[in-house]
Design a protein around this ligand. Structure first.
Ligand SMILES: C[S@@+](CC[C@H](N)C(=O)[O-])C[C@H]1O[C@@H](n2cnc3c(N)ncnc32)[C@H](O)[C@@H]1O
Length: 346
């Protein structure tokens, strides 16, 4: 998936056709102004204030407690982007964004948009990273507030994917125990437990994540079957023939090659015979340019913020195979473009 510049009139169409418009500036300044406008509106509660009925600017700022002219500027920008519709001095949220931007919808991504303000600041270290190769090791430096926003953001990113994955992953009917490594908010565990009535899950998480992550999971009323355990997958013993399913989503991009290889062996040992090791990740393709702007840009972001980065499907499968597991066809999700789940059986 990629972003595309779309002409809005015939002059722009000609300018783009004959390569007269400065595309690098449109790709950057227009994109970052637009991105930040959406993030600011999410953070300041503008979308929530708009709700589902048209509002005057005065009604909006009454709720958001923001400056009239500045808020008008922001709203006009959102109108140009078609997030908001302007009609007879009223602003209304475009209906197609209700499910993404109104908190009454479980699919809303407001928490992720707020977390992106931190991610935006981290990306400002990119030039330094490229010069020195020194990554930030986020999990070691985040503040308490950032840890909370991180967990909220990951919930938003996974809520739809978790439902789709629970439908598509084929786990044995009599499966009773799963381990969700770095499972954070618990959405993957919760959706799987909802679909498999005998299943219980242990979410293994770093101590800084536990408070907020478990509070998010508790909202789903499944705390009797989804429990948290503080620990570190890299250093903890994961047991012997204990689990029917071990899942690790969006975590192996934080680990080095060596760490992922060792982890796969520990996981193979911790699986019951016939058990599944599932690794969900944004997939880096084999050769540069083979595809995916989503995977390539997230790979850059993960390399900057962790010590590692995205992996190719072949690399991921090679850890599973080297640990004695048998890989089958990976799962692709419509709700998470650029992401795949590599499935291997013991
Ligand atoms: C990017 S989030 C992914 C959360 C969730 N699995 C998802 O896909 O939405 C990575 C999570 O892994 C956790 N994590 C990172 N290193 C870990 C480790 N060594 N052991 C256990 N959890 C870890 C982090 O605390 C964080 O919550």
């Amino acid at each position: 998936m990629r972003l595309k510049i779309k002409p809005e009139n015939s002059i722009e169409w000609i300018a783009l056709l004959f390569n007269l418009a400065p595309k690098p500036l449109i790709d950057t300044q227009v994109s970052f102004n637009a991105a930040r406008a959406i993030m600011a509106a999410a953070d300041l509660g503008i979308f929530e204030a708009l709700g589902k009925t048209p509002k005057t600017i005065e009604q909006i700022i009454n709720t958001t407690n923001t400056h009239l002219l500045a808020t008008k500027n922001l709203l006009n920008c959102l109108v140009a982007m078609n997030y908001v519709i302007w009609n007879k001095d009223n602003y209304a949220l475009n209906k197609k964004y209700y499910k993404w931007l109104l908190k009454e919808y479980p699919s809303n991504v407001i928490g992720k948009l707020q977390f992106q303000i931190s991610e935006w600041n981290w990306m400002a270290n990119l030039e330094n990273f490229i010069k020195t190769g020194k990554s930030m090791n986020l999990h070691a430096i985040m503040s308490k507030e950032e840890w909370e926003k991180y967990q909220n953001g990951m919930r938003d990113l996974s809520i739809n994917a978790a439902k789709e994955l629970a439908l598509k992953i084929n786990i044995p009917k009599n499966a009773t125990k799963m381990l969700d490594i770095g499972g954070s908010h618990g959405m993957y565990s919760i959706e799987l437990c909802k679909r498999n009535e005998l299943l219980t899950s242990t979410i293994l998480e770093l101590s800084n994540a536990i408070d907020r992550a478990s509070a998010i999971a508790a909202q789903q009323n499944l705390t009797n079957r989804v429990k948290y355990k503080t620990g570190n997958a890299l250093t903890d013993d994961l047991g012997d023939q204990e689990y029917d399913l071990i899942m690790i989503n969006n975590v192996v991009h934080h680990f080095t090659l060596e760490e992922n290889k060792i982890l796969a062996h520990k996981i193979a040992k911790a699986l019951k015979p016939g058990g599944i090791y599932a690794i969900g990740e944004f997939i880096r393709l084999q050769k540069p340019g083979e595809g995916g702007v989503v995977a390539a840009t997230s790979g850059l972001y993960f390399a900057l913020t962790s010590s590692s980065g995205t992996w190719s499907l072949e690399e991921i499968k090679s850890w599973q195979v080297a640990a004695g597991l048998k890989c089958v066809k990976p799962i692709t999700l419509l709700t998470m473009p650029g992401w795949k789940v590599s499935i291997a059986y013991k």
